[in-house]
Design a protein around this ligand. Structure first.
Ligand code: SF4
Ligand code: SF4
Length: 265
């Protein structure tokens, strides 16, 4: 299951580089509308500046992660053609991609949630949500487009809140967004803290103890995680890791990949 949720850009038709609305200020090459290909996307779906994304400070491109939705939509949902060979279907393909992205993101959290708890009734609720998710992503495109995704998201959010309440020492009620913009936590013991949905932009977590610390949905753009061990954190995603500032001493959970942009100390 974990490999299904990892990006495989070589098996994709560059969906994120076309389907998404992008802003230059968010670290993309230029402002562009959703559905318009990025000017750097080549006809073989590779990026002309791929090897220079770090030096050109393309933070948005470097951070983005589709949880494997790109290759799923390209290979499984539309095996007979992509947005380029079937221009009449392009908008539909992008819409399906955006829905499958959300489903894969929720699946990522559910799979991790299952590994964190032993409570049997909750485990079986999460198992049922995982099965439902897999059934939904295996539907044909027309059916995917008609899914009631918000109803499903509500159920997933409720299950994840219950898990957060069990694993965190100071679980938030999920009603308030906590703002830790630029907060200096350097070397603090944050074991078991619940930072779910918090704004951690440019916060300093260097050298903190983060065993069981919950980062579900936290905004970690430019969070300083240099010289920090995050291997015991929960609900961390590749996108959060990609947008934070680590270095060669940063440790991350085994299921995540080390960003190329983390060089040196
Ligand atoms: S949509 Fe996903 S798999 Fe496709 S190019 Fe973007 S990140 Fe890679
Ligand atoms: S610069 Fe490259 S990775 Fe970024 S959106 Fe454009 S084609 Fe995609």
């Amino acid at each position: 299951m974990a490999s299904k949720l990892k990006i495989d850009c070589e098996k994709c038709s560059g969906l994120c580089c076309v389907a998404l609305y992008c802003m230059k200020t968010d670290g993309f090459p230029a402002n562009k509308e959703a559905g318009i290909p990025c000017k750097n996307l080549m006809s073989d779906f590779c990026c002309t500046i791929h090897s220079n994304l770090v030096s050109k400070n393309m933070r948005g491109c470097l951070a983005y992660d589709c949880f494997g939705a790109g290759q799923k939509v390209t290979q499984v949902c539309y095996p007979n053609g992509d947005w380029k060979t079937n221009p009449g279907q392009a908008n539909e393909i992008f819409d399906v991609f955006l829905i499958v992205f959300q489903l894969h993101q929720m699946l990522w959290y559910l799979v991790e949630a299952l590994s964190l708890i032993s409570d049997e009734p909750l485990k079986s609720d999460i198992d049922a949500l995982i099965s439902e998710n897999q059934q939904m992503t295996n539907l044909i495109p027309d059916e995917i487009l008609n899914l009631d995704i918000e109803k499903y998201r509500l159920q997933v959010n409720q299950a994840l809140k219950r898990v957060s309440g069990m694993i965190s020492s100071d679980s938030s009620d999920g009603k308030q967004i906590y703002d830790y913009f630029g907060t200096n936590f350097k070397k603090a013991n944050l074991d078991g803290r619940d930072f779910s949905m918090s704004l951690m932009i440019a916060a300093n977590l260097e050298g903190c103890s983060l065993q069981g610390t919950n980062f579900l949905g936290a905004d970690m753009r430019d969070t300083n995680i240099k010289n920090t061990d995050l291997s015991g954190c929960v609900f961390l995603t590749q996108m959060q890791i990609n947008s934070a500032k680590g270095n060669s001493n940063t440790k991350i959970p085994v299921k995540l990949s080390r960003p190329n942009s983390w060089q040196g100390l």
